[in-house]
Design a protein around this ligand. Structure first.
Ligand SMILES: *Cc1c(COP(=O)(O)O)cnc(C)c1O
Length: 411
């Protein structure tokens, strides 16, 4: 039985059209003609829903956005040029100089650099915590805290957060919870667990074949009654709530970030991403099965494997209770030394060595010498990067072939 039956129906039905071109139309125009000055005025004041200019929105991309919003149960979404574009759009739409972020869990390298380096240059401070440091997370919240940021699965430390509990902390203090759900689309539904904003790199499992760089941010609706977005902490939203009501987070993101930073998605990437969505549930389902088979078999053969399906993993219980639909395509192998890791990567005939994840093919990479090469020892320790660590993203191959190749490569 497929974990994701309902998405199989939803995705193929909403990507294809019942009339005219079945495959989504790629609208490759950077600009759009308005026809009359009255319509131009209406488009700019928001009363006429037509394309303004491709930096602010594109019809092909709009179709992708509506499917992504539906996947997560959001009110709307904004697609971006990359996953980092999505995170940048989402955070910059809520932050100003002097604000603070609380970052929870093992973090994607680019996001870690954005928070620890780049945003620091603009007077924005980030506090980093482990997923289980609930008390410290709560104690770190103050009047300047605008965002609690969380990754659904620690990449590559494979630690699993208690998203519900962290959402309860965020909600009790009226702070936004933003979840990077790149690794677990459909498996984890952050908005249903109490998060406010979800960010994706669609480059990974959503596209699935290294064909398109892209990202997407999904927003929840603003509530009719009380809402954390109506409190003084987010007072810059007042004018958008007045203008757009429950949709307010969309114009806020477009006008406070997209318009000026320009991390807009392009129509070709949006098209390819939709083709990926059509088969996402099938690919995800197969890979989730393969990951467990592979983790258990390699563990049985004496390799040091990090995946929460293994009973020795500190979050094994949480995996069984909160991650019934899997935790993505990753596992790590600790070969203990750089030399042994390199030997493995030179021997494997099956794995493709690249920094990507979530591909149709099995991918592998030595972490300390590549993505994390510029990080100091303390940072590497916090992020779980050891000298012999290889990250593996399992692909669609026959799991027997992957096991055979990996056991041969690890000899
Ligand atoms: C890859 C990745 C990103 C960044 O996405 P790009 O599309 O490469 O910009 C962000 N978060 C996670 C978890 C990722 O794996």
């Amino acid at each position: 039985m497929n974990h994701f039956e309902e998405y199989c129906t939803a995705f193929v039905q909403s990507v294809g059209s019942k009339e005219g071109a079945v495959s989504p139309a790629v609208i490759n125009s950077a600009s759009f003609a308005y026809g009359t000055p009255e319509i131009a005025e209406g488009i700019f004041d928001g009363s006429v829903k037509k394309p303004l200019y491709s930096r602010m929105g594109n019809p092909t991309t709009a179709k992708l956005e509506s499917i992504m919003a539906e996947m997560d149960g959001g009110i709307g979404a904004v697609a971006t040029s990359s996953g980092m574009g999505a995170t940048t759009l989402a955070v910059m739409s809520l932050l100003a100089c002097g604000d603070e972020i609380i970052s929870v869990g093992g973090l994607f390298g680019g996001t870690y650099a954005l928070f620890s380096e780049t945003l620091t240059r603009f007077g924005i401070k980030t506090h980093f915590f482990d997923v289980d440091a609930f008390e410290a997370i709560e104690n770190a919240i103050n009047n300047d805290t605008k965002i609690i940021f969380l990754e659904s699965v620690g990449n590559p430390n494979m630690r699993l957060p208690d998203i519900k509990k962290i959402a309860e902390i965020a909600n009790a203090h009226g702070v936004v919870l933003m979840v990077d759900n790149t690794i677990t689309p459909m498996s984890v539904l952050p908005l249903k667990l109490g998060a406010d904003i979800v960010v994706y790199s669609t480059t990974k499992i959503i596209s699935g074949n290294a064909s398109a760089l892209g990202g997407c941010v999904v927003f929840r609706a603003i509530n009719d009654g009380e809402d954390k977005f109506k409190t003084p902490r987010y007072n810059f939203l007042t004018k958008f709530i007045k203008g757009a009501g429950k949709m307010a987070l969309i114009p806020n993101a477009k006008k406070r970030a997209m318009r000026d930073f320009g991390m807009s998605a392009n129509a070709n990437a949006s098209y390819l991403t939709m083709l990926g969505l059509e088969t996402l549930p099938l690919r995800m389902d197969r890979i989730l099965n393969s990951v467990e088979i592979l983790a258990k078999e390699l563990d049985k053969n004496g390799l040091i494997i990090n995946h929460p399906c293994l009973p020795q993993h500190p979050h094994h219980e949480r995996y069984l209770s909160d991650f019934k639909n899997g935790c993505g395509t990753l596992l790590t192998i600790d070969m203990q030394t750089k030399e042994k890791a390199f030997l493995f990567l030179n021997r494997t005939k099956l794995a493709t060595l690249t920094a990507n994840i979530g591909d149709s093919r099995t991918l592998a990479l030595h972490m300390a010498s590549t993505i994390y090469r510029d990080f100091n020892q303390d940072e590497k320790e916090f992020l779980g990067i050891t000298e012999g660590l290889i990250r593996v993203s399992v692909g669609l191959e026959n799991p027997k072939d992957i096991i055979e190749d990996f056991l041969m490569s690890a000899k």
